[in-house]
Design a protein around this ligand. Sequence first.
Ligand SMILES: *[C@@H]1O[C@H](CO)[C@@H](O)[C@H](O)[C@H]1NC(C)=O
Ligand SMILES: *[C@@H]1O[C@H](CO)[C@@H](O)[C@H](O)[C@H]1NC(C)=O
Ligand SMILES: *[C@@H]1O[C@H](CO)[C@@H](O)[C@H](O)[C@H]1NC(C)=O
Length: 489
Amino acid sequence: MAPPCVMFLAFASLLLLAFHHGCYVSAATCHPDDESGLLAFKSGITEDPSGELSNWKPGTDCCQWLGANCREGNNKRVTSLALYGRPDGQSAADNPRSYLTGTISPLLSKVQYLESIQFQFLRNLTGTFPRFIFDLPKLVTFSIEDNKLSGPLPADIGRLSRLRTLSLARNRFSGSIPSSISQLTQLHHLGLGENLLSGPIPDDLRQLKGLRFLLLDGNQLSGEIPNFWKSFPNLESLILSNNKFTGGIPTSIASLAPKLKFLTLGNNQLSGKIPEFISNLKALDTLDLSSNRFFGVLPNNLKNLKKIMYLNLARNNFEDPFPDFVLENIESLDLSYNKFKLGEIPKRVAPSSVIFSLKLAGCGIKMRLEDWKPQWTSQYRDIDLSDNEISGSAVNLLNSIENLEGFWASGNQLKFNLSDIKLPKTLKYLDLSKNQVFGSVPQSVVGLEKLNLSYNRLCGKIPASKFPAAAFEGNACLCGSPLPACRRQ
Ligand SMILES: *[C@@H]1O[C@H](CO)[C@@H](O)[C@H](O)[C@H]1NC(C)=O
Ligand SMILES: *[C@@H]1O[C@H](CO)[C@@H](O)[C@H](O)[C@H]1NC(C)=O
Ligand SMILES: *[C@@H]1O[C@H](CO)[C@@H](O)[C@H](O)[C@H]1NC(C)=O
């Protein structure tokens, strides 16, 4: 086929004729193995509603197929395959047609020069761990996230020893993490988050000395967090939240300074005091210890964490005094439901011009809301002050925060005329339940996604809305749907 084609190409005037004879300009089309491997993949896909694979056609240059990339010079072989579902908006539901249903054909192993496979957010790929990747000698990146792959991880997973990135996040893999994983010594990124994995973190993991990202969150892993962190000089992210880990924070975490930026241990069953060494982790910008059983006074030197942007200590048993923090760079702070008696909203938080989320529910705050005068109000998206002893009015605050999305202040002593609030246009969630709010329900609440005005002193006709009766019950004299009809005066 090729020689006559080249001959035609030598005569530019005959180019047109060349097309007529079905002979294409690209001197080398797809390698037959690449073409048949990719077409086998396509035939394993039973539903492709957004037409992701619609230009994968036999006889065309597969280097041009969506998601397939060839490296020039390498005999023009396909070296990477990257297919992404397109979420477009914030959630999968925003682009419901962007997914692939089917299984991954093992014949994809014919694409022998593949260095990288990335399938992200295709959502509906099923089957077990794709063993054909053991037959891809050049593969260094393997990432299949947001799908429905299931079954155990193979016991011989360690044979994939060239891999630098292995991510299987957000699938349904189950069973334990095989100890042969210790042979993946080239790994920089190990992502097994949001699967159904159980058992302990294997001690052999300590061999993965090059790891920069270790993500094991959202599984059912248990046992103590191993004390082997001296082995990981490059670790930047340690994500272990939403598991069943017990015990304390192991001392060798201290050796992850100065590189560690993300440490998330939230929603486990960890206990003990927060060790002093935590303040040595000077690069830390995210620390999540929420929903555990930690207790005691926080080390005062926590204030040395000058880069901290996201701090979540909610739902533990921490006690006063809260460290004398100047949280200059804080973007998100959650101290809710500990044993703090802060008395007032900490003034030290105010210097942050970037804070967008402040959650201080159940923090023993006893002040008039008017006395809180945050310096920078335009950044706030979420404010949660529920279950404190805050009195006074929320009118000024709500009328001055332009971009607010959620305001939660249930269970306080707020007392103001609800008719006086102008809700920020951005507001989606408003909970003022269990206060002493009076006046009537303004028309502007109907556009909110969630509303709770129950147990206040409101009166009058409720504007027509989608909210259930529970959002309005326990008031002085509210009436009209969804509550009983108003009586005629
Ligand atoms: C996903 O796959 C299942 C069967 O494997 C099918 O019933 C379903 O319609 C597919 N599509 C979506 C969007 O889940
Ligand atoms: C609440 O404010 C509205 C509008 O300013 C006013 O008409 C109403 O009388 C007030 N209600 C109470 C109970 O003070
Ligand atoms: C509204 O608030 C009350 C009291 O805080 C609470 O019991 C109830 O569950 C809330 N209802 C909704 C629909 O959020």
